[in-house]
Design a protein around this ligand. Structure first.
Ligand SMILES: C[S@@+](CC[C@H](N)C(=O)[O-])C[C@H]1O[C@@H](n2cnc3c(N)ncnc32)[C@H](O)[C@@H]1O
Length: 373
């Protein structure tokens, strides 16, 4: 276990992140202050007081009654600082999640894009038991938004467990609207009968975040750890974690909470909370090396019937065009790109049957002698 694994560090994440090893996090989940700017106490019609988010850590630019633009400016500076520091700790194949509401998420999203993050999805957490708008002057605010982004547009690799996520949608492709209840009941941490934290997130939400975008053993970093929901779920799901939190009272709470979590069996986690690894890459030239094709063999375009000639350097040609199976396939069809494995057929040497190149690729991957077609 590396020195930073499964550690909760007390302090300001903007100061702490630059001191952590570069690229240490496979995934970041951030639930920053929302800058809600509540101006007055909230009361229900039965005159009980609403436990609203009026914590000092959610205030920016002075009193809530001050000019809102001062607050926006202060919040933007804060957001830019922590999102910049997060780029240092996020691995080049990692992704970041940031959750927020209409109060802050548009500002956060713009700053993320300006810093070079590339948004993959905005996921809606639709609350099945939202707090009503007691005065009835606007709609019930029944959702929060999670922005999911990679580090840059050009980043090729990142984890998305497409198959594992189908489990959350009756076996069908998982959607970007997640219906989940607020964190209530036994899961909600309390101190002397009162909520221990105003914005504790439900574990079911973090489970989806972690299962979708990490593999067993990956490291998840949360710069705004609060009660440690991210750490508790990461531990249960066999992922490593780092939590940063500036308030001592939450640090203690989170430590005790995470210690009590029992990790699930590793074999089960590997089978159910991550997709199987991608099959090994097979260059087209391997088919010649394996004796499945030879120089001069003819391929036929599955849709257009155009014929191509195979060359011993792994290229193919049609009239004057020469290149990979993908390049020539795209030129012949007049499309911007093409998966040549699924566009060209050949005749099997021994059986004489016509098969897609993909069948030969599967035989090579099989590696069990089935490469003899
Ligand atoms: C919205 S809450 C996170 C709640 C958490 N997701 C949970 O489930 O308990 C934001 C947390 O960030 C902490 N915080 C605010 N600014 C911070 C900073 N600059 N560095 C570290 N923690 C900070 C606050 O103390 C608060 O606990």
């Amino acid at each position: 276990m590396a020195v930073h694994d499964n550690r909760l560090i007390e302090g300001d994440c903007i100061e702490l992140m630059p001191g952590l090893p570069a690229g240490i996090a496979d995934c970041i989940f951030a639930d920053p202050p929302y800058n809600l700017q509540l101006e007055a106490e909230l009361w229900r019609p039965n005159m009980t007081k609403v436990d609203a988010v009026d914590d000092h850590w959610d205030r920016f630019g002075g009193r809530a009654s001050a000019n809102p633009h001062d607050s926006f400016e202060a919040y933007d500076r804060f957001t830019e600082k922590w999102l910049s520091a997060a780029r240092h700790v996020l691995s080049d194949s990692g992704t970041i999640w940031v959750i927020g509401t209409y109060h802050n998420i548009y500002r956060v999203g713009r700053i993320m894009m300006d810093l070079g993050y590339w948004i993959l999805n905005d996921v809606l957490w639709i609350k099945t038991n939202p707090m009503p708008n007691f005065r009835g002057v606007r709609f019930t605010n029944a959702h929060e938004t999670l922005l999911w982004a990679k580090k840059s547009k050009s980043q090729k690799r990142y984890t998305f467990n497409h198959h594992s996520m189908k489990r959350y949608n009756s076996g069908k492709q998982m959607r970007s609207d997640w219906e989940l209840p607020l964190c209530t009941g036994a899961e909600r941490l309390t101190v002397n009968g009162e909520k221990a934290h105003t914005t504790q997130k439900p574990e079911a939400l973090l489970e989806r975040v972690i299962v979708s975008s990490t593999r067993v053993g990956d490291l998840v970093l949360d710069p705004f750890f609060g009660t440690g929901t991210t750490g508790a779920v990461a531990r249960r799901l066999g992922r490593r974690w780092i939590g940063l939190e500036q308030e001592k009272r939450y640090v203690e709470l989170a430590r005790n909470r995470i210690e009590a979590v029992e990790p699930m069996p590793n074999e089960w986690l590997k089978a159910h909370t991550q997709d199987p690894p991608a099959p090994p890459r097979v260059p087209f030239k391997r088919l010649l090396e394996e004796g499945l094709l030879q120089e001069g063999d003819r391929l036929t375009h599955v849709r257009l019937g155009v014929e191509a000639t195979v060359h011993d350097d792994g290229s193919i040609s049609v009239d004057g065009m020469r290149g990979s199976i993908h390049q020539v396939g795209a030129q012949v069809a007049g499309t911007p790109s093409c998966n040549g494995w699924r566009q060209w057929t050949c005749t099997c040497r021994d059986k004489g049957s016509v098969v897609l190149l993909d069948e030969l690729r599967k035989a090579v991957r099989g590696g069990d002698g089935s490469a003899q077609t």
